[in-house]
Structure formats: C-alpha cells, structure tokens
Design a protein around this ligand. Structure first.
Ligand code: ATP
Ligand code: MG
Length: 424
C-alpha cells in the first residue's frame, strides 16, 4: 500500500483522457438544457443521516459501501455515494418544491467502498437528473426519452437496451414482501450468506444477488409485478403506452429491482453486454415517498443516474468526435518575446484556436519535436527571414505537406479557413 499512489479504486483522469470527458460533459450539458433541466451543484460531503435515511439502512450502499468519518466536532459525515439524497436535502432546505415541476441535473464524483474492477471504482462519476412534484406517467417517459436521445446522439442505441419494471406502491410492497418471504423460507439453507440475512431485513434485494445459486432460486420466485395494486398497474400501463407512441423500445423485466430502498412504481435501467459484468450504464426510477421521508412535503419525485466511466468505456470502442480542438504551435529562431507577441496577437484574432509557443528554443528540429508532442495541427515558423519580410511559414504537421509562406496579416484569416475546411 504505497502512499505514493492514488487510493485503490480512485483514479486520476490524465491529460490524454480529459478531452473525452470534456466532450461528453458538453454533450450532456447541452442535452439537459434542451429538456429544460437546470444544473444543481452540491457539496460532496453531507451528514451521514442524509444518506442512511434516504437510501435505506439495509442496502449495500449504506451497510458496506459508504465512506463515513467523524468531523472534528463529533458529527458523523459521509462522502456522497449517490446524488439523489443530497438533491432532496437541498431542495427541501431551500424551499424549491413550490411550484411543482422542478427539473434539475447534476454531475460529479461519487464514493463507494466496493471491490474495484472494470466498471467499478471507489470514486466514480455520475450524471443524474431529478424531477419533483409531478406524478404523471408522462414525466417518467420524458426522462426516458432524454436518455434515449443521448444514446442516439452518441451512436450507442444498438449497444444499450432499456429494461423497465414497476415496484408498486408501499402497500403493494408490504403485501409482496410477505409472499416472497413465504416462498424463500423453505430455500433458506440454499441461499448465500448475504441473501440469508436479507431474507429478514430486505428480501426484495435478494433479486439483485450476483450469486448463481441464489439467482436460480429467484428465477422461480413470485414476481412483484403480479401483486401490483390498481393505481400502480395503471401508471405502468400508461408508461408503456407512451413509450410505444414515442417509438422507444423496451423490455419489461419483472425481476428488475433497484439497489436503493427509496424507489416505487416505475424503475428502469439501460444495460449492455459490451462491458463485461458491470453492464448497467444508466438507472433510475420513481421515489414518490422520499421527499416526505426526508422531512419535506409529500411530493413525488423521479430521477436517474448514469455512470460516466462505464459510458466512456462503451464509447471508447467507437469512432467518435472527441477530437482535440484546433491547435497551432509557434517555432523558429525569432526572439522568444517576438514569438510570445505573435501568439498573443493570434489568440486575440482567433479565440477558438489553441495556440502554443516554443519557449525553449534550440534547433528547429527539437522545436518541431515539441510541436508534434503538443498535438498541434499546424506549426507556425518565424525566423529571421520571415521577420525581415513580415511573413510567416505554415506547416501542416499531420500531412507534412510543403510549407506555405503567408504575410503575417493574412495568418488569422488563413487559419480560420483551413480549420473550417478540416472540420468538414
Ligand atoms: P451496480 O448494480 O452496477 O452496482 P448500482 O445499482 O449500484 O449499480 P446506481 O446506484 O443505480 O448503481 O448508480 C447508477 C449508475 O452509476 C450505475 O448504473 C453505474 O453506471 C454507475 N455506478 C454505480 N456504482 C459504480 C461504481 N462503483 N463504479 C463505477 N460506476 C458505478
Ligand atoms: Mg452497486
């Protein structure tokens, strides 16, 4: 356990990779705006109770995965393991629940002490959204449509499939819980240790077990879906009809439960078979009782969260446009002050251009090496002769084509045109 290394399961995102992150962040930021969601930015640390109350005492997240520590004054604090609980805390605290219909999104790091593996880290990142105060099935469907559009725009529609289920209302769940326990008790000795414990604390969660033998037992378990009450059944039917009308494909998976206790009615997940065992990229659902439970008014809510690392992993197998922004690099035997001056002038003239300057000097060969390493598309060369003539030479570093000589005052215009050309 070297203290010179980052903490296990918590990764640096290095300069070679950040272009992909920024590209994705921009896409998602724009998409949320198109659906009239506004961003909310919250602390990473909350009072532990914010999470234990919302997520549920007997969930994996609260039982084993939270980073919890004592503040200097003795308060118990936790790093956020997910976004919803903090959003709910915030919208209650700031009185944002009136009028109904608040739509917010968030992004940022989440922390769970899980076993690190592909698609599973201890610090990971989510994009998420929440809608408060609206109980209509159309709200569920608009959220799903947003995510569906994201997959289409990222070229991932063929890789991800939508599964939906209903977890009913609390009274349905009470009824079902008993049925499930009655079914499982005769199998108790065959269950894995976690599930044995859950049988008495939170039997629904046994559906989430990854242990094969347990999964086989659960395959024949009575389905929650069969015991749905009329209101939840109608809600679910409307969601399905609306999805059909929008042409959004889905599969009803009656075994789909969610890892957090607060869900009710519609739950949904997008899964892929391209990422190995960690195939869920985005998941969410309704949580109509959560705001009241957290001390606010009794208003409905619904949301989802997607894992940025899993999404980027899926995207990495695709050709996509997360290219670097247009970039140039000044080299030459001119005084460094002159190069700096020229670079500043170009930054003013072309605000969209990324402009580097060789500040080290030396042979032109070593300067070109650094230009290549900067990943710039063009080298701009300024030697004594160019200075004397008021010109500059431009070299395409990708094609290595012949150098052009331009008048200095034409450079900005030339680059703008070339870079537009290259984009097309
Ligand atoms: P899983 O069943 O994979 O553990 P979960 O139900 O715990 O997922 P949620 O709490 O619903 O996950 O979080 C939403 C999304 O966040 C997941 O679908 C996944 O993409 C991502 N995610 C969750 N936990 C991790 C993690 N430890 N590392 C990376 N991504 C994660
Ligand atoms: Mg999990």
């Amino acid at each position: 356990m070297s203290q010179r290394q980052s903490i296990r399961g918590m990764h640096d995102i290095l300069p070679n990779n950040t272009a992909h992150w920024q590209w994705l962040e921009q896409k998602i930021t724009a998409l949320f705006a198109r659906y009239q969601f506004r961003e909310i930015r919250l602390p990473i640390v909350e009072h532990t109770e914010v999470f234990t109350r919302a997520i549920g005492q007997t969930t994996d997240v609260v039982e084993k995965e939270m980073y919890t520590f004592e503040d200097r004054n003795g308060d118990s604090l936790s790093l956020r393991p997910e976004g919803t609980a903090g959003v709910v805390r915030s919208v209650i605290q700031h009185g944002l629940l009136n009028p109904p219909g608040l739509k917010v999104w968030y992004q940022g790091p989440m922390f769970r002490h899980e076993r690190p593996q592909r698609g599973r880290q201890r610090q990971f990142h989510q994009f998420g959204a929440e809608v408060f105060g609206l109980a209509e099935p159309a709200v569920d469907v608009e959220l799903i449509a947003l995510v569906d559009r994201l997959w289409r725009e990222l070229g991932l529609s063929d890789d991800l499939s939508l599964e939906i289920n209903s977890l009913g209302d609390p009274e349905d769940r009470q009824r079902y819980r008993q049925e499930l326990v009655d079914y499982l008790l005769p199998h108790e000795s065959e269950l894995d240790e976690d599930s044995k414990r859950r049988l008495h604390t939170n039997p629904l969660r046994i559906f989430d077990s990854k242990v094969e033998k347990t999964q086989a037992i659960m395959a024949d378990a009575p389905r929650f879906f069969e015991t749905l009450g009329e209101p939840a059944r109608e809600h679910f039917a409307s969601v399905c009809t609306l999805l059909d009308q929008l042409g959004i494909q889905y599969r009803v998976n009656t075994g789909l439960v969610r890892g957090l206790d607060y869900y009710c009615r519609t739950v949904f997940e997008w899964v892929t078979d391209k990422l190995g065992a960690q195939g869920t990229v985005c998941a969410g659902g309704r949580y109509d009782g959560l705001v009241a439970m957290a001390g606010g008014k009794d208003v409905p809510g619904i949301g989802f969260a997607m894992g940025a690392e899993r999404l980027l992993d899926l995207l990495s197998s695709k050709e996509h446009e997360a290219g670097l922004p247009p970039s140039v690099y000044w080299v030459g035997s001119a005084q460094v002050a002159t190069l700096l001056e020229q670079a500043e002038a170009l930054r003013t003239a072309c605000p969209d251009l990324c402009v580097g300057v060789d500040l080290v000097g030396g042979s032109l060969k070593s300067q070109f090496k650094r230009a290549d390493r900067s990943l710039s598309r063009f080298a701009l060369i300024l030697g004594e002769q160019e200075i004397a003539n008021g010109t500059v030479q431009v070299k395409d570093l990708r094609t290595k084509e012949d150098q052009h000589t331009l008048r200095q005052e034409d450079l900005a215009q030339y680059l703008a045109e070339r870079l537009i050309e290259l984009k097309e």
